[in-house]
Design a protein around this ligand. Structure first.
Ligand SMILES: NC(=O)c1ccc[n+]([C@@H]2O[C@H](COP(=O)([O-])OP(=O)(O)OC[C@H]3O[C@@H](n4cnc5c(N)ncnc54)[C@H](O)[C@@H]3O)[C@@H](O)[C@H]2O)c1
Length: 294
């Protein structure tokens, strides 16, 4: 299979990542279906995408014709069978839990056409752990977008020992058509490249904070002013969602058994208090309307 044979893409999961990946796909010229188990998420996804794309038109990032064409290619579905029956390429963006993803992939394997490639947007889970729930491991790959996908221009494409060269190449080409820079990882490693480097930075930042060396806001300030990072590690945890980072660490701990990989105390406390970052108005920082710091 080559990129010219990829006409239809289905995105599974309309959360923070999925809805924007679906928009990238529609903008890239693919007939796109966004599927979720939850109707409310689909309604919200459409509202959010309309608002973002209206801003893109106002800022002249795209013209009205491109806007109209992209939305004419994008549909929303709560029926998995219908959503994947004609799909050539499927991108899974559901909750970061291995059992949930394996269950989704087993269903996709039964319902999607035999030629379809199954890609996971997981932040950490290597595709071989998910592919073993299917009968097509050579057509399973990681396709890791960054948050928010409509802004961040990078995708890590990861091959397992079983992922075919063809699957990896088509996935790289799909990224290109979605106007994203794809980087290929030749071997699997949990957390891939960017999140492993980020994780090491966050771990150290949390160690320094929990042991009273400096306040979290001052650690953010040092990282921004001294290291020239655009955003501090605590600000970033609030932005991407403390629950997201928590599940990533939990998953890494389950895989490694290393207590150093366990989510730290301050994140455990935020999870228990439902303070998940910008999306709840409270994380390490407090936010007013539109995610602006109080
Ligand atoms: N948020 C980030 O910063 C980020 C960045 C890169 C990758 N990711 C990865 O993307 C994936 C999704 O993360 P998110 O932040 O969008 O999560 P989210 O919680 O915002 O969205 C998950 C969506 O999946 C849906 N869902 C759950 N089970 C489902 C099922 N069985 N079938 C269909 N839909 C189902 C939920 O209804 C929800 O809409 C995760 O694997 C995560 O690791 C997240």
């Amino acid at each position: 299979m080559n990129i010219d044979e990829i006409k239809r893409i289905t995105v599974i999961g309309a959360g923070q990542m999925g809805h924007q990946i679906a928009m990238l796909s529609a903008l890239g010229g693919f007939q796109t279906v966004l599927y979720d188990v939850n109707q409310e998420f689909l309604v919200k996804a459409k509202e959010k995408l309309t608002a973002i794309m209206n801003k893109w038109v106002a800022k002249k990032k795209i013209n009205q014709k491109a806007y109209d064409e992209a939305f004419s290619r994008l549909s929303f579905s709560q029926d998995l069978k219908e959503a994947v029956k004609d799909s050539d390429f499927i991108i899974e963006a559901v909750t970061e839990k291995l059992e949930v993803k394996r269950d989704v992939f087993a269903k996709l394997d039964q319902l999607a056409p035999a030629h379809a490639i199954l890609a996971s947007n997981s932040s950490t889970i290597v595709n071989s752990l998910i592919a073993s729930a299917t009968n097509r491991p050579e057509q399973v790959v990681n396709m890791h977008f960054f948050f928010p996908p409509l802004v961040m221009d990078c995708v890590e494409v990861v091959k397992s020992d079983e992922t075919s060269e063809e699957t990896a190449q088509v996935t790289m080409d799909v990224c290109k058509k979605m106007n994203r820079t794809a980087v290929l990882l030749h071997k699997e490693i949990s957390g891939f490249i960017a999140n492993r480097i980020l994780g090491a930075l966050q771990k150290e930042a949390v160690y320094l904070y929990e042991n009273g060396y400096a306040d979290f806001a001052d650690i953010d300030l040092i990282v921004k002013k001294a290291l020239n990072h655009p955003i501090g590690p605590f600000e970033l945890m609030d932005l991407s969602g403390i629950d997201v980072g928590y599940y990533v660490m939990q998953q890494q701990y389950e895989e490694s058994g290393n207590p150093a990989d366990k989510p730290p105390r301050c994140m455990e406390e935020k999870m228990n208090a439902g303070q998940l970052g910008r999306k709840t108005g409270q994380g390490f920082y407090t936010y007013e309307k539109d995610g602006v710091k109080a």
